[in-house]
Design a binder for this molecule. Sequence first.
Ligand code: SF4
Length: 400
Amino acid sequence: MRWDAQALNAQAVDAEALNAETPRTGTQAPDGQTAPLPAPALLPLAGLVRSVTTPEFAGVTFHEVTAKSVLNKVAAGSRMPFEWTINPYRGCSHACVYCFARKTHTYLDFDAGLDFDSQVVVKVNAAEVLRRELAKPSWQRHQVALGTNTDPYQRAEGRYQLMPGIIRALADSGTPLSILTKGTLLARDIPLLKHAATQVPVGVGISLAMTDEQLSEAVEPGTPGPRARLKLISRLREAGLPCGVMAMPILPWLSDSDEALDSLFGSLAAAGATGVSAGALYLKPGTREWFMQWIAREHPQLAGKYRRLYGGGSYASKEYRAWLAGRVRFFKARHGFIGSTGFSHEDIDQDPRDEEARYPAGSLPGSARIRHGRGTAGSVGHSGTGESAAEPVAAQPTLF
Ligand code: SF4
């Protein structure tokens, strides 16, 4: 068993084997305190084999579990463009302050804040169980999406290496797949994905909503930064794989200026992204509290504005969303993007107890279903040419 020497209460280190993807900062609470090393987990996690810590993942505990099943059926009536998902990890050390999968961690008796970032459940037998499930005569080979709830290429994947087995199992069974991630560790699996694309439709999406490195480091501290993700998009395109981008969330007053949007869409076009969907920050319960604490600490002058803009709900005002959709359309056109693509791992929860597990109408302005074709899944028309629109720059609504 991996990390045998690092089980809690026996914290030896296997640094060489750890993921090379280094986070820019450690897990931080919104009050600015670095997360303390967690106490040994004594939670009644189903299938828990053991809990592991290591200094290379300071403050993070991995709970290795054996899963009975890894294929999740999306709730009936969902607006998501796929029926099945796999989440090899629960919780995510990418630690995005705005992550709206946070609430799902409470179903495991963890909290939606620091625990989501630092108590990561790892389904160590995911590939093996998946092969069994895919071999059932009843399996109809519908598309399976990875990255719908938490990031499958978060840092732990460098160590646990669950994704290669999952990709192989899906492709070998003739099941189309799509992946959404912020993790540059995906580059490791490009050859495998290229091969899989000769067997089944394969879609790849990168989540990137800002080019400001400093802002990214503050709001998504465990992720590879924007430059690294842009490089990943280029590598995917060079490998002949399509690469859509989820430009969500656009953060009011922080990443929604014309300069920021121009830089974002221009950079995505230059990197060769095949499509992009963009939308405003969505603050569902569990995320809202965490994000508002962060805003109050990092940008206290914006705290009141955010409160008024969201009015205690999950969505920015209709007026703001309409304004942002217009700016997005303008800058997409300027940089040659047509239409939109994809889905977001921030945009769906898998737990049936969550009534908001359904893709919330209007939460993804302009988004469209992924349309698969062999080797082109997830792509939409990006002409790559800067179709310059002459629309004058609109002023932000004055409401806020
Ligand atoms: S938004 Fe995605 S990458 Fe960020 S913490 Fe959530 S699941 Fe991880």
